[in-house]
Design a protein around this ligand. Structure first.
Ligand code: NAD
Ligand code: DAU
Length: 347
């Protein structure tokens, strides 16, 4: 089975590639990633010598990149992780690139899938498309789509384009909508890795608003298992919610990290809230559990300590990101090949 994984140099994508190659000897992965600020080939260093993993640099929203990719490979399935994924960037740095990648890029991929007769297209979406919950209840797949920030709005738009391609062109597509992931290789702009890195450096931990916003945390490997499960057994046109059954306030997460590291709560700083900050997410994942037999297997506390231990053991990884040095890695790794014209555009 040959799978195209887009965005596989990012956090969840790199965990997914590793998960699939370790689990299935007959799986080959072509990993297509633009290497934006969030894409990091160091996330895939242990796979560099694996012949079942091929990396291609390219942009899902650039027609020439996508056409060339599909000309060079015949895929059985496409799993799309590629996205601009950070809410704060969509609020403070403009939504254009979010619209390009998260909406136009998804359409470009679906067109290529249809034109090239690929078996299945899988869109990795998010619970953020549902907007915010009040005090009670959980998101089900039939909850209204009510995104509250530009990132979420682009992910919702993509979900609707996938639905339309299914209905009007008979595309074999499935969608997962997952809650907040955590684990190794998460870019240190997101809550958990940011707080770990700051605490390790004895820097202040910026908690937005009153810190009582609730997220439903899932260990990344559980999300990868859910994607694998939906990719193989999900019903065409179906949406599957995925969640960790662990919805807790941000402040509890931050305190948990400080406890793991033996650092004082005096590092916590309450800062101005995120505009339009969704108050609470909680997922009802009963469909995927009932119909496909998936369930999360990692308990939050041990998975959080394991994650903290990973960031402690891999301090150089996140320090290189925070200093910007990680972006030189691609040039170093591919310099020889690029000079001989064997690889794509590194610009
Ligand atoms: P990430 O930001 O860590 O990684 C995104 C990857 O996509 C990077 O490697 C980046 O280089 C690549 N990319 C960006 N634009 C691209 C383009 N135009 N063409 C090709 N590659 C491009 O993101 P993540 O947290 O790993 O999220 C992956 C996917 O999962 C996203 O679609 C996100 O919406 C979804 N998701 C994330 C979470 C979460 O908690 N992180 C939860 C649910 C769903
Ligand atoms: O729910 C799934 C979504 O989870 C994914 O679709 C997104 O790609 C992913 O980034 C994540 O979005 P969030 O906005 O929930 O994640 P983030 O880590 O940015 O923030 C988690 C919570 O912590 C949120 O309530 C905002 C808060 N926060 C975040 C940061 C970065 C803080 O209080 N301080 C911070 O410095």
């Amino acid at each position: 089975m040959k799978i195209l994984v887009t965005g596989g140099a990012g956090f969840i994508g790199s965990n997914f590639v590793r998960y699939m190659l370790a689990r299935y000897p007959d799986v080959n992965v072509v990993n297509f990633d633009a290497l934006t600020y969030a894409g990091n080939l160091e996330n895939l260093q242990d796979l560099e010598t694996d012949p079942r993993h091929v990396f291609v640099r390219g942009n899902i929203a650039a027609m020439e990149d996508v056409e060339s990719l599909f000309r060079s490979h015949a895929f059985d399935a496409v799993v799309n992780f590629a996205a601009e994924s950070h809410v704060d960037r969509s609020l403070h740095m403009g939504a254009d690139v979010f619209i390009q990648t998260n909406v136009a890029g998804v359409q470009m991929l679906m067109d290529a899938v249809r034109m090239n007769g690929v078996g299945r297209f899988m869109q990795v979406s998010t619970d953020e498309v549902y907007g915010s919950l009040g005090e009670q209840g959980r998101f089900s797949e039939s909850s209204p789509i009510q995104p509250n920030n530009p990132y979420a709005a682009t992910k919702a738009a993509a979900d609707l384009m996938v639905r339309a391609a299914c209905r009007s062109h008979g595309l074999d597509a499935v969608i997962t909508r997952c809650s907040n992931n955590f684990g190794p290789y998460q870019f240190p702009e997101k809550l958990i890795p940011l707080m770990i890195a700051n605490a390790m450096e004895d820097k202040p931990l910026p908690v937005y608003g009153d810190g009582q916003h609730v997220r439903d945390w899932i260990f990344v490997t559980d999300h990868c298992a859910a994607i694998d499960c939906v990719l193989r057994n999900g019903k065409t046109g179906m949406i599957y919610n995925v969640g960790g059954d662990h919805d807790i306030p941000n402040l509890d997460v931050v305190r948990g990290i400080l406890r793991c590291l033996g650092k004082p709560e005096t590092l916590i700083r309450y800062v101005e809230d995120r505009p339009g900050h969704d108050r609470r997410y909680a997922i009802d994942a009963s469909r995927i559990k009932r119909e496909l037999g998936w369930k999360p297997v990692y308990d939050f506390e041990p998975a959080l300590s394991r994650t903290v231990e990973w960031y402690v053991a891999n301090r150089k990884w996140w320090e290189r990101i925070r200093t910007g040095v990680y972006r030189e890695y691609y040039e170093q790794l591919y310099r020889g090949r690029l000079e001989s014209g064997e690889d794509g555009d590194a610009s």
